[in-house]
Design a protein around this ligand. Structure first.
Ligand SMILES: Cc1cc2nc3c(=O)[nH]c(=O)nc-3n(C[C@H](O)[C@H](O)[C@H](O)COP(=O)(O)OP(=O)(O)OC[C@H]3O[C@@H](n4cnc5c(N)ncnc54)[C@H](O)[C@@H]3O)c2cc1C
Length: 631
């Protein structure tokens, strides 16, 4: 942080706004049997990402001799995050606090915050957290940017001011991007941009009341605010309980390993050992009737990125099923590739037609040479949707598509359900299932708007079969506003494989990189992918996209093997959906044992060597798997 700040080149005092949200501390979350959150005993704090946004906002305001104002929307206790920000060095706090804001979804929240920001005057920079650890939507930032007509950049891990521009290093789920963006802009900050803002209870209590202003709904205009202005509705919810066996074995390691393998076998955790190249199951029962154009509406539209073929197959699989239920057709909107040339029309028509699309609308840049930013695609998409009235628009939960869809939703005033794990049509209405509170709760969410937008978590849906005829191809021109210049894009191509892996071996700080060969031997015999804790990715021992947990990925393998990791809640929340968890740890008091089904107590090195040998013998005996031939 200091290094980046030292390079800042301020030509004027910056006016900075920071949005900070109050969230429940994950460890204090408890759900009642009806799936509702237990309010008593709930500990609230500033969202960890927002802590970085505040710290960065204060640092930039100080170094440019400017100002930093922090905004929050929430009930009276949310004032505490403003106190903390001011104790850390922010100039003042603005609290949007009114019963009329109750029940706000992300769009209603973004609308109220946009109105408050406009009311306060001009800001050079609006900083928001990349995500929030409760809802986990990451939508408010791009929706706000759309409503304020500002450029948006997601996941800043490096930030440097150069005159009127920001040089940003952006952390994506599958890579790294460096861009230059002109101010004013909205930027969401990654958790590791800088050290977090944290102030003691005494420091928070000593903030003078005059530094915080309360703003009511009436002061922001006529609305509609809160629930009335929210196009998404949360329906049935249910709690997901951790029902792990928590059996911790003891005795000599060889007998522990033998018992553990028997237990895994009994649980079906070893059956159908995956071929890591195989991909997910292909959906079988799909309506494949070729419909006449008159029957293709209402359309289920799907936003596709050409560099994400697996996500495209999943989205088209879901869209084909939904279109069958809605008696409509599937239309694919294809953005140009992030790098390299676009495929020929015939190739696109054949490949996406085979996956169920009857038409492919290729979104193309109107001005040759310059790439399309998410805001450019969103503007074209909103125009297209307003003219063509699709019933549903599906997209993957990637950094690019999330911004496109959030901006489109804000432009249309439509409901957006982020990061769904399942989609269905019930009584003619799209219902998306979304996990909240880091996977402890599943909720059915619907949209009341005529077009319903959903981003879907990669790996959550089945792929489409290859059967349909070539699609029609048409074009949609998009204008480049040129508010962002990309300097570098580096994509890591393997995160798909981790999301889909049947078996995952998770590595913690107890496994040194010099010993990874031993872990790889186990992974090979299991057909497993490697995942890691944050301590591992922070050290740069494994790439960031392999991090699992509250600020990493959520995965749902059949078997998760936790090696040399303590089992912190922040990590284990990312593997809640695993079928079976086996932990190997030398410390009997490690929390991971309470959150696993099978525990081996001992040094991972010996346990992994024994496990690898036993599994090799097992696969060879069965004549399956890929055990190397013995020399
Ligand atoms: C806001 C926030 C977000 C976070 N998000 C994430 C996240 O997304 N994902 C994440 O993983 N973490 C996250 N963390 C960090 C998390 O809280 C833990 O600090 C981290 O997961 C611990 O990593 P670890 O288990 O590798 O290391 P440690 O806690 O240091 O555990 C190492 C373990 O290895 C065991 N061990 C050592 N040597 C051996 C051996 N030879 N044989 C067997 N066992 C051995 C030890 O007994 C110990 O239990 C977050 C933290 C914060 C504050």
């Amino acid at each position: 942080m200091l290094e980046a700040d030292a390079l800042d080149d301020h030509r004027r005092a910056l006016r900075i706004a920071v949005l900070a949200k109050q969230v429940p501390v994950p460890d204090s979350l408890e759900l009642q049997p009806d799936g509702r959150l237990r309010r008593d005993g709930l500990v609230l704090e500033m969202n960890p990402y927002c802590r970085r946004a505040v710290a960065k906002g204060v640092a930039l305001a100080r170094s440019s001799e400017g100002s930093c104002t922090v905004f929050t929307l929430g009930p009276p206790p949310a004032e505490d995050v403003l106190r903390e920000a001011i104790a850390w060095g922010a100039g003042e706090g603005v609290h949007l606090c009114d019963a009329a804001f109750a029940g706000s979804d992300t769009l209603a929240t973004a609308r109220a915050l946009a109105a408050a920001l406009r009311r306060e005057g001009f800001f050079d920079l609006v900083l928001v957290g990349q995500d929030s650890v409760d809802g986990g939507t990451g939508q408010v930032g791009p929706e706000l940017a759309e409503l304020l007509d500002l450029p948006f950049a997601s996941g800043a891990r490096r930030m440097r001011v150069a005159g009127n521009a920001l040089h940003l290093g952006l952390e994506h789920e599958d890579g790294w991007e460096e861009i230059e963006v002109s101010m004013p802009a909205v930027v969401s900050v990654a958790e590791r941009l800088c050290a977090p803002c944290k102030a003691s209870a005494e420091a928070r209590a000593s903030v003078p009341p005059g530094r915080i202003r309360r703003v009511t709904a009436a002061r922001l205009g006529t609305g509609p605010w809160g629930e009335a202005g929210s196009p998404t509705k949360v329906g049935a919810t249910r709690a997901l309980h951790d029902r792990r066996e928590a059996t911790v074995l003891s005795g000599d390691l060889a007998s522990q390993v033998a018992t553990a393998l028997r237990m895994l076998e009994d649980r079906g955790a070893l059956s159908g050992q995956a071929d890591p190249q195989a991909g997910p199951p292909v959906e079988q029962a799909v309506v494949s009737t070729v419909m006449s154009p008159a029957h293709r509406w209402p359309a289920v539209a799907v936003l596709l990125q050409p560099d994400r073929p697996r996500a495209a197959a999943e989205l088209l699989g879901a869209a084909t099923r939904l279109a069958g239920q809605l008696q409509g057709g599937v239309l694919a909107l294809l953005v140009p590739p992030a790098v390299g040339p676009a495929s020929a029309d015939e190739e696109v028509a054949a490949s996406l037609g085979a996956l169920g699309a009857y038409e492919v609308v290729r979104i193309t840049a109107r001005q040759a040479g310059a790439p399309l930013a998410a805001e450019d695609v969103a503007a074209a998409l909103a125009r297209w949707a307003a003219a063509n009235h699709p019933k549903v628009l599906l997209a993957a939960s990637s950094t690019f598509s999330r911004e496109v869809v959030a901006r489109t939703a804000a432009a249309l005033g439509a409901g957006l359900i982020a990061d769904a794990v399942a989609v269905d049509v019930i009584d003619g209405t799209l219902v998306a299932r979304k996990s909240a509170f880091s996977g402890s709760l599943l909720a059915d969410v619907t949209c009341t708007s005529p077009v319903q937008l959903v981003t879907v978590r990669p790996g959550a849906l089945t792929q489409a079969p290859s059967a349909g005829p070539p699609a029609l191809v048409s074009y949609l021109g998009a204008d480049q506003r040129g508010r962002q210049q990309r300097r570098l894009l580096r994509q890591d191509g393997e995160c798909d494989a981790l999301d889909r892996a049947d078996v995952v071996v998770g590595i913690g700080r107890g496994v040194h990189p010099s010993e990874y060969a031993a872990v790889e031997a186990l992974s090979t015999v299991l057909g497993a992918q490697l995942a890691a804790t944050r301590k591992v990715t922070d050290q740069g021992w494994l790439p960031r996209y392999r991090q699992v947990g509250i600020t990493g990925r959520s995965i749902s393998p059949r078997l998760y093997v936790a090696l040399g990791l303590s089992g912190a809640a922040n990590h284990m929340l990312g593997v809640r959906a695993a079928g079976t968890i086996m932990a190997i740890n030398a410390d009997a008091s490690a929390p991971v044992f309470g959150l696993s089904d099978v525990g081996i107590l001992g040094d991972w090195r010996q346990a992994v060597a024994l496990l690898t040998d036993c599994l090799r013998a097992r696969t060879m005996a069965r004549g399956i798997g890929k055990a190397p031939t013995q020399g």
